[in-house]
Design a protein around this ligand. Structure first.
Ligand code: C8R
Length: 268
């Protein structure tokens, strides 16, 4: 009976949140991605101390209430890694992560947030700790809607997205999804954080690409009302706005066939 009670107490303590638990091997993955990025992807960052980065990342949330995250918790980590994307090379996205990444994989000089060190390290990972414990919680983490919005993962993405946008300069691009009803969503990270943190002294144009999935009915476009919202917000901030449906700048194939949006984003 005692064993039963202990087991029950144990598991109820750990399943207290509604979201997925921390990614298995979180610490190792962070370290490995950091080494991979600083040595192979962006060797100019060779001198970054990955052990320190891993430690600062962990210290941001370990032993803390997973529903009381603040920007300050991440300041030591942010100090170790400042974003450095050259002018005209920033690519934002919203509901088009895969496509945007395919695009910057081919256009090597362009950067999404995941092509910078912190975005690269954290992409697709989940993490949280627990008050009074040095362990990560691998069973469950707060769900941003069902538990709390000030969880460590959400606060992290809002913060790095803000810094990414603040640092952008020249012409910046955003890849939006024309196959959903609101290609521009004010409540997305792009609409809520990045758009408002572009610096009009540095960014002169926002170039939007509205991409339609082949085989899916186009639900939104440059002339739709959600893009019009975006245009208004951007123009009020004194930044020029341009928009293109189904971006392509490479012409038809040799056999005259027109490239699909996906092909034109990724193969020319
Ligand atoms: N950005 C935000 N969120 C990110 C992210 C990123 O780079 N990378 C990951 N993995 N995530 P969405 P959005 C996770 O709704 O809200 C930056 C977070 O858990 O399709 O407009 C990036 O610079 C987050 O909750 O897009 C980009 O421009 C979801 O994915 C926007 O913000 C957000 O996915 C994209 O954010």
């Amino acid at each position: 009976v005692v064993v039963g009670v202990r087991m029950w107490r144990h598991s109820s303590e750990h399943m207290k949140w509604n979201g997925t638990g921390s990614t298995a091997h979180f610490q190792e993955i962070v370290l490995e991605r950091c080494y991979n990025y600083t040595q192979l992807v962006q060797p100019e960052l060779r001198d970054r101390d990955c052990q320190k980065i891993r430690e600062a990342f962990r210290n941001a949330f370990i032993s803390k209430d997973p529903c009381s995250a603040t920007e300050e918790d991440y300041h030591p980590l942010m100090k170790l890694v400042n974003p450095t994307v050259p002018c005209d090379k920033t690519v934002f996205w919203s509901k088009t992560k895969e496509l945007a990444h395919q695009y910057t994989k081919v256009q090597r000089e362009l950067f999404t947030l995941e092509d910078t060190l912190l975005g690269y390290i954290a992409d697709d990972l989940n993490w949280c700790g627990d008050t009074g414990s040095y362990e990560m919680n691998y069973q469950s983490c707060p769900h941003w809607k069902k538990d709390c919005s000030n969880n460590f993962v959400s606060v992290f993405w809002d913060l790095v997205s803000k810094r990414f946008a603040e640092n952008a300069c020249g012409v910046v691009q955003v890849v939006l999804n024309g196959s959903i009803s609101n290609a521009f969503d004010r409540k997305s990270t792009f609409g809520r954080v990045e758009v408002h943190n572009l610096n009009p002294m540095k960014v002169h144009t926002l170039q939007a690409w509205v991409i339609h999935d082949l085989g899916k009915f186009p639900s939104d476009s440059c002339s739709g009302s959600s893009i019009n919202d975006l245009k208004w917000i951007i123009m009020q901030r004194n930044i020029k706005f341009t928009c293109q449906d189904n971006y392509r700048d490479c012409g038809p194939f040799a056999d005259g066939r027109q490239p699909s949006p996906r092909e034109s984003m990724t193969s020319c």
